[in-house]
Design a protein around this ligand. Structure first.
Ligand SMILES: [Zn+2]
Length: 337
């Protein structure tokens, strides 16, 4: 009986907290500089884990990387491996530049140039090459830049692939590459951080939409994900998530929400929608990796003269938090004291 009740509680809990998430991997063939053989190994491990969990995904390619170190054929084989696994490819531009810092025509040419190999592999497999992911999630610092570029994307037949869940994998990967002897600890921290991020984004989604929307997860093809993909997928499952395709995720009407966020920082679309609607989420609670080499927290005390009291403020000083704070995007956590 107890076992039955426990099972029922688990089922009910999963139903109540159920979620859906699409997996997206950026910077193919590989997010880090390695030999083609090592890059292939990283991709194989990721694809094997995806197959094991029957998780659909999409890989966004920087084709410029194929031509580095004269290993074009071996690196193109990595892209083919994705298509052979029935995992589609998308365009992430040829050379991964900032949209806002690049001449419009040059950037558009970089998109066209970045599709040559992937488009052919996809059409040979009877698949449509149709998704675009902005490098650095830079969607334009002005309405003009965004509008011009989106008109171009439409003409070229591309659909923008947003991101709602970003678990900072590249930061942990950087740690791993610098401290390989701490591999297990870094992976454990990465999983812990991913869990905290999932919780935070779910909370944000409920605050903004009153429900957990169909999410899109940003990941990269790198060593830490090669090691941890099995555990990451297991974790997402444990948190009640089902894996869905990007096509299906985009059917969620949340993705039609207006986005008036124009800043050079690539942030979650949840942030953009919240920013546009007028902020109901406390983004200062957005978890940051505490083992990030760029991060330190600084406690300051401000004196509030009108209320005649001191207010302790925790200032996050990672590169991006500092940038957000400086442009007034992050509200400092000032409560009632
Ligand atoms: Zn990228």
């Amino acid at each position: 009986m107890i076992r039955f009740v426990t099972a029922l509680i688990i089922i009910t809990t999963n139903l109540i907290f159920a979620g859906e998430i699409a997996l997206t991997f950026d910077d193919l063939p590989c997010n880090q500089d390695e030999s083609a053989a090592k890059q292939m190994e990283i991709n194989q491990k990721i694809l094997q884990a995806l197959a094991k969990f029957k998780a659909p995904a999409i890989g966004f390619v920087n084709e410029g990387k194929l031509y580095k170190d004269d290993e074009e054929i071996a690196k193109s084989a990595i892209l083919k491996l994705w298509v052979d696994h029935k995992q589609p490819l998308g365009n992430h531009t040829y050379s991964h530049q900032f949209l806002s810092g690049t001449d419009a025509k040059d950037f558009q040419n970089d998109v066209i140039k970045g599709a040559a190999v992937s488009k052919k592999l996809m059409s040979d497999a009877g698949l449509k090459h149709q998704y675009f992911r902005h490098p650095y999630l830079d969607t334009g610092t002005t309405p003009e830049i965004r509008k011009d570029f989106e008109t171009f994307l439409k003409q070229e037949g591309y659909i923008v692939a947003p991101v709602t869940v970003d678990t900072d994998d590249w930061k942990f990967n950087q740690q791993l590459l610098e401290n390989p002897h701490n591999k297990d600890k870094i992976i454990a921290k990465y999983l812990e951080h991913t869990r905290a991020k999932f919780d935070f984004y779910k909370g944000a989604s409920f605050k903004i939409f009153g429900r957990n929307i169909k999410h899109i997860w940003l990941l990269h093809t790198n060593l830490i994900n090669a090691y941890a993909m099995d555990d990451l997928l297991k974790l997402a499952k444990e948190l009640g998530y089902e894996f869905i395709t990007l096509d299906y995720a985009l059917e969620d009407k949340a993705y039609a929400e207006p986005d008036n966020y124009y800043a050079p920082f690539g942030v979650s679309w949840l942030y953009r929608w919240d920013f546009t609607r007028g902020k109901v989420v406390d983004w200062s609670k957005d978890p940051e990796p505490d083992n990030n080499p760029f991060i330190g927290t600084k406690s300051l005390t401000f004196t509030d003269k009108s209320r005649n009291c001191s207010i302790p403020v925790e200032l996050y000083v990672s590169g991006e938090s500092k940038g957000k704070a400086e442009t007034g995007i992050v509200k400092l956590p000032v409560g009632d004291y």
